[in-house]
Design a protein around this ligand. Structure first.
Ligand code: ATP
Ligand code: NCN
Length: 215
């Protein structure tokens, strides 16, 4: 099996174990050699984050400093327009050429709204989609036509992800981590501990910067 590089985009406001742990487990399950983390600058489908792009980038750097699986890619941070994934993947495909397998990792919640993404159907032209489990979300699409779209692209064969350049959706069997950036922001605002939810270095940076505090 060839080694596969994957891309993991997010707002990361802040980055937490619900991002890192499922992806580390996934990497072992399916043989990922590298995971390229791309923090967005202007999140396409949500309000602007609380932390600045620079702070969110720094938190990712701290989170992955001792994790050689992950590398940071700053391309979306350098674009002032909405961070469309379709555009990012088109650009990355052009850089690696037509044959190299690429995969974009999303959580189960993102799969459910994926058909609302900008030019979503072109994303599979340039990459596979790998979906990690997340508690509280169904694994079926709300609309029948989107469920059909999902089933048309679905594969349970890891070898397909390694041999084909793009076009497949893989529903990974990663464990649940009931963590969200929203919960972390809320807990921090109330002055509650978050030690089990994100790396210590990220938590220290949050306190040092006075992020996510009340008032
Ligand atoms: N606990 C989790 N388990 C699996 N995937 C997750 C988890 N948390 C986030 N993700 C995935 O990580 C990616 C980036 O998510 P994001 O940075 O928006 O984090 P979030 O915790 O969902 O943030 P927020 O609570 O602010 O909406 C998305 O594809 C999302 O589905
Ligand atoms: O391109 C889009 O239309 C689009 C819409 C929603 C989300 N995304 C991307 O999906 C990733 C996860 O998004 P989020 O909002 O859960 O952090 C992140 O890289 C976003 O830029 C992309």
């Amino acid at each position: 099996m060839t080694s596969l590089q994957a891309i993991y985009g997010g707002t990361f406001d802040p980055v937490h174990y619900g991002h890192l742990k499922p992806v580390e487990i996934l990497a072992n399950q399916i043989g990922l050699s590298k995971v390229i983390i791309i923090p967005n600058n202007v999140p396409p489908h949500r309000p602007q984050p609380e932390a600045s792009s620079e702070q969110r980038k720094r938190m990712v750097e701290l989170a992955i400093a001792d994790k050689p699986l992950f590398v940071l890619d700053e391309r979306e941070l350098k674009r002032d327009a909405p961070s469309w994934t379709a555009l990012t993947l088109k650009e990355m495909r052009a850089e690696v050429g037509p044959q190299k397998p690429l995969a974009f990792i999303i959580g189960q919640d993102s799969l459910l709204n994926f058909p609302t993404w900008h030019q979503y159907d072109t994303i599979l032209d340039n990459a596979h989609l790998i979906v990690t489990r997340r508690p509280g979300y169904p694994l079926e699409m709300a609309e029948e036509q989107h469920q059909r779209w999902l089933e048309n692209h679905l594969t349970w064969d890891i070898e397909n992800l390694h041999s084909l350049p793009a076009g497949k959706i893989y529903l990974a069997e990663t464990p649940w981590f009931d963590i969200s950036a929203t919960i972390i922001r809320e807990r921090l605002e109330r002055g509650e501990p978050c030690d089990d939810l994100l790396p210590e270095a990220v938590l220290e940076y949050i306190h040092q910067q006075g992020l996510y505090q009340a008032g």
